[in-house]
Design a protein around this ligand. Structure first.
Ligand code: COA
Length: 341
């Protein structure tokens, strides 16, 4: 089977959205994490979150597919922050902050690629080139082989970003509209941090990714919460480094424009770690802490992390009860050691 045929086998996925892409932690392979809502033929039960990993990638390029006029219109930072965009009355324009990019036109094998030929000669192994195009960018990847791994049976964005078209009156038109629903996506989408079920009970609270701009606010929250251990490692510069190394993994809970909860989440390629989970005293016992943890764990799982750890002060009885309630296991067989460098 040729590489093109092998890739074609995955052509049955429908309604695909790309959540993230970039080099794997070891920097040799290139990962695309995507969600699919359904598929045809053997992919009929395709719903889930997947990782498409291209191996041995010596060259990749990413170019925007958003037109210049679209860039100009969506220039303000309002368009990179979904909740801010909502708060400002959903101004017209491309919303980067939807945290998902519809894979249309999707995956395409580049026949007779000069780049793949050049790299085959340089590396002495067969190389290929694909294009992965979405409504926001096109990635060109030179690679040797690829694998597809299902990370989760659930989707967390796509079923929220699709929106129903108003069905036309006649039956044939209705069928067409139903088909169109599969293909049309709301440009604005819904951020990964859109309210989940529990938070929907309190629609004034939303989760959104923790960004560098939030650092002063979350520092103030953490410092005001007993139970959160702060140190010199929490200087803004270190926190910004942590966020850059773990993009989109840490979360804030926002209510009426203010941050009421936050968690730092990241991994070292093998193990996940959560730090500084805190909810403002006035917003506790509303499910916010649980939602922050759930969202952080979903992010870790989506990049293949199998286990996550936290450190809790022994005297923090409330936190111990909280983590037990969420099903975390206390490791009584371990001591935590640390050393200043
Ligand atoms: C720990 C903390 C983040 C929990 O946040 P929260 O938003 O109040 O927690 P939730 O409302 O999501 O609670 C989730 C579950 O834990 C339970 N829970 C939360 N706090 C609890 C407590 N003090 N005692 C017993 N159960 C508790 C809730 O009843 C809930 O159970 P349920 O879903 O079955 O009803 C919050 O108390 C906090 O910020 N504490 C100070 C900072 C801190 O100690 N952080 C932890 C560092 S390890």
């Amino acid at each position: 089977m040729t590489m093109k045929d092998k890739l074609d086998e995955y052509g049955g996925f429908l309604d695909v959205g790309i959540l993230s892409h970039g080099f794997a932690p070891h920097m040799r392979d290139y990962d695309i994490v995507f969600e699919a809502l359904c598929g045809k033929e053997q992919w009929a039960d395709a719903k889930g979150t997947y990782r498409l990993r291209f191996s041995h990638c010596p060259e990749t390029t990413t170019t925007t597919t958003v037109e210049d006029a679209g860039w100009r219109k969506a220039w303000p930072d309002t368009f990179i922050d979904y909740s801010k965009w909502l708060a400002e009355g959903e101004p017209e324009g491309f919303v980067w902050g939807a945290c998902c990019s519809t894979a249309y036109q999707g995956l395409r094998y580049i026949d007779d690629s000069p780049r793949a030929k050049r790299w085959s000669e340089r590396l002495g192994s067969p190389m290929h080139e694909v294009s992965v195009a979405t409504e926001a960018f096109e990635i060109r990847i030179v690679f040797h082989d690829f694998t597809v791994t299902k990370l989760d049976d659930t989707v967390r964005v796509l079923d929220k970003v699709m929106f129903p078209l108003k069905p036309p009156a006649d039956e044939e038109g209705g069928k067409q509209a139903a088909a169109a629903v599969r293909l049309r996506w709301r440009l604005s989408g819904t951020a990964l941090g859109a309210p989940t079920d529990t938070l929907m009970q309190n629609p004034r609270v939303q989760l959104r990714p923790l960004t560098v701009a939030d650092i002063p606010t979350v520092l103030a929250l953490w410092r005001s919460c007993e139970g959160v251990g702060m140190s010199e490692s929490d200087a803004p510069v270190h926190l910004a480094t942590f966020l850059a190394r773990n993009p989109g993994m840490s979360w804030t809970a926002v209510a009426e424009g203010g941050v009421v909860g936050a968690v730092l989440s990241g991994h070292d390629g093998r193990r996940g770690f959560l730090y500084h989970l805190a909810v403002h005293p006035t917003a506790r016992r509303m499910g916010i802490g649980r939602q922050l943890v759930d969202e952080a764990l979903r992010g870790l799982k989506s990049v293949g992390i199998l286990k996550c750890q936290i450190v809790v002060f022994q005297v923090n009885d409330d936190a111990r009860r909280f983590w037990s309630r969420l099903g975390w296991t206390l490791r009584e067989d371990l001591y935590a050691y640390s050393k200043a460098l």
